[in-house]
Design a binder for this molecule. Structure first.
Ligand code: SF4
Ligand code: SF4
Length: 414
């Protein structure tokens, strides 16, 4: 890893904000029991309080950003469980994002760059279809042919098929139109979750909403933010701001990881246009749970059990986890249970599952063990990264539990 300290971007002066945010911490330590990485290591430098002290010292010029110090920050999941319960309201997410950008490595994430480029995504989609249609994916998963390499970890969590037609740019409302919304597809959604996006589009239309899918939209920039590449994240955010029509009353995200950053574009760009955009961002689960359903929209009963995984971005940033239960309980006879310790990150955390595999697997182990005890047919998750990480863990444990997005389970029962 190349050190390039300091690397303040010319567009934003990050230091005053880092200093002000870190200064809010009163070192009470109330966040420590809630931090997954502190729970694994019991090391102060792997806790929120320890990391805030390190960020403050670097910003004040009291510490050099050595490889060891950077390691403590890189092992932070960014789950923001600490922020959610901090009595001093330390904006930990913003502090971490700004510090990572301040220490920006100038080493772009190959995963983030590949996913953010439409031409590369098209190539990847073609390769993925071939990989799945040839049966190679099944064999690779069964025999664990790629081992614990980055590619191997991603392949283990891939859904059985990602093939689905391209999304139409506009879907009219069924019956009387109640309003217009726009669907955010994101790079991973477009690549891996087109079936889910079609499910979301169908449901919204059935509920009376016309659905736009703006063709000029792109990656949200979350993986770039995680790498400290704020300049690319801001460029992608500007592209999305320009892509979405003003007529859409809501910009709906199906992946909470993307939705969380879209919802904070106002912090990333710091202007009125971004604030207007961020206010319109809604997670699909919250949107569907918040609107009235016509009596004519019937769901078929499903006499099975679903365990609900709450992603950190949905809990700690979007605060929309209750909507998961409300939505799933619309399915008659479906037993909806909470996965224990939902306040703990599963270890997926963007590219964390690839970059910190040991910690990611250790954090996932509790979720897999809890699923084995509950014995559901389904494990519902509203975030693609968590879904893939959990699916890989269930496969490795030999558990026949299918990971599903709540919206796809609803659409299946329409
Ligand atoms: S981040 Fe908040 S909870 Fe944690 S030590 Fe600082 S003030 Fe206390
Ligand atoms: S974001 Fe999560 S992993 Fe990072 S310090 Fe806070 S609680 Fe710990």
């Amino acid at each position: 890893m190349r050190c390039c300290f300091p690397a303040v971007t010319p567009t934003l002066n990050l230091l005053p904000q880092i200093l002000a945010d870190a200064d809010r911490c009163v070192l009470c330590g109330m966040c420590l029991p809630h931090c997954p990485t502190y729970g694994l290591s019991h090391n102060e430098a792997e806790s929120p309080r320890g990391r805030i002290s390190l960020m403050l010292a670097v910003a004040r010029g009291q510490l050099e950003p050595t490889a060891g110090l950077r390691g403590h920050l890189e092992r932070c999941l960014g789950c923001r469980a600490c922020e959610a319960m901090c009595p001093s309201l330390v904006p930990y997410g913003r502090l971490l994002r700004n510090t990572r950008e301040y220490l920006h490595r100038h080493e772009h994430s190959r995963l983030a760059d590949t996913l953010a480029t439409p031409a590369r995504r098209t190539l990847l989609r073609g390769a993925l279809r071939l990989f799945q249609a040839s049966g190679l994916q099944r064999v690779t998963q069964q025999l664990h042919l790629l081992g614990h390499s980055a590619a191997g970890r991603l392949v283990q969590g891939l859904p059985a098929t990602t093939a689905a037609p391209a999304l139409p740019e506009f879907t009219p409302a069924q019956g009387k139109e109640r309003g217009q919304v726009a669907l955010f597809t994101g790079c991973t959604g477009d690549l891996l979750q087109r079936a889910l996006l079609h499910d979301a589009r169908r449901l919204l239309s059935a509920l009376g909403y016309a659905v736009h899918v703006p063709p000029q939209q792109g990656c949200c920039g979350a993986l770039h933010v995680q790498q400290g590449d704020g300049a690319t994240a801001r460029r992608l955010a500007r592209q999305n701001l320009a892509a979405f029509p003003a007529a859409a009353e809501a910009i709906i995200s199906v992946a909470s990881g993307c939705g969380a950053l879209l919802h904070e574009y106002d912090q990333l760009l710091e202007d009125e246009q971004a604030a207007g955009f961020a206010q319109r961002v809604v997670d699909i689960n919250a949107f569907l749970a918040g609107v009235e359903w016509p009596e004519s929209l019937m769901l078929r009963p499903l006499a099975q059990k679903v365990a609900v995984h709450e992603s950190c971005t949905l809990r700690n940033v979007l605060h929309g986890q209750k909507a998961l239960y409300a939505l799933l309980r619309r399915i008659p006879q479906l037993e909806v249970v909470e996965l224990p310790h939902n306040d703990r990150c599963c270890g997926a955390a963007g590219s964390y599952l690839i970059e910190q595999p040991a910690a990611a697997d250790a954090l996932r182990a509790d979720k897999i063990a809890a699923t084995a005890v509950l014995q559901p047919q389904w494990l519902a998750s509203a975030n693609i990264g968590c879904a893939m990480h959990l699916a890989a863990g269930l496969r490795e444990a030999g558990l026949a539990v299918e990971v599903v997005h709540p919206v796809s389970l609803l659409a299946r029962q329409l």
